[in-house]
Design a protein around this ligand. Sequence first.
Ligand SMILES: [Zn+2]
Length: 249
Amino acid sequence: MKKIYIDPGHGGNSVGASYNGRSEQDDTLRLCLKIKELLSSQEEVEVMLSRETDTNPELETRAREANSWGADYFCSIHRNAFLPNKAAGAEIWCYSKIALGGETYSKAQRILELLCNATGFINRGVKLGAPSYTDYAVNRLTNMSSALLEVGFIDSDTDNDIFDSMFEKIAESIAMGLMEAVGLEYKVSVIVGDVDGDGKVTASDARSILRASVGLEEVPVETGDINADGKITAEDARGALRIATGLEE
Ligand SMILES: [Zn+2]
C-alpha cells in the first residue's frame, strides 16, 4: 500500500491569495477533496489530507503528520498570485537541496507536465526553493519526496477560466501524477456507454455509438459495446439511448 499525503494550502485564518471574491484557501480545499475522491477509487493507495475543512493547521503540523504517517509522497497544493492579469500558468516547487533531474525533481516535473498537457495551463517549470526565502516549510520539514504545486494564478482571469471549466481534468491529471510519483498507474474508470467521457450516458453518446455501428465514427469497444457481445451495433446505440432516458441501468 502506497501513501499519498495531500496538503490543501492555507485555510482558516490563512486565506492565502485572493482576487475578485475568490480565495486561495477555498480553491485548494475544493481541488484536494476532488483529488482525494478520485484516488479513493484507485487500488494500492491510501490518501491523507492535511485538512478537509476550513482550518489552518501549522505548517510544521502538516509536515510532521505526513512524516509520522509514513507518506511516500507529499504534495502541497496552492494557487499563485502576482499582479492582476500580469502572469499565468502552473509551476511546481521542490526542496532546494534536491538533485536537479533526480527522483524528486522528475516526479514534480511529471506532475506538472500531466497537469499542463491536460488543461492548457502554461508550464512554468520546476523550481527549487521558494520565491523570496530558502524553502517552503512543507518541503523543508518533510522527510519524503515532496513538492508544492501552484495550480495557476488566482489573479489571472485566463487561469481562473481554466480552473473552473476544467476542474475535473485538473483533479484527474494531478491524481494521475501523484499515482505515478508513488510508482502506481492511475486507472481511468470507464462508464459503459459514456463515449465522450463526460461522466454520464446521454443521447449524444447514443448517437456516437450509432455512427460507430455504421463506420462513421471510432468508438472504443469497452465504452460502446453496451450488450457486451464484442462488437458495436445499432443495438448498442439503442441500449445507450435507453440508459440516457432512464429506461435502463
Ligand atoms: Zn499559497
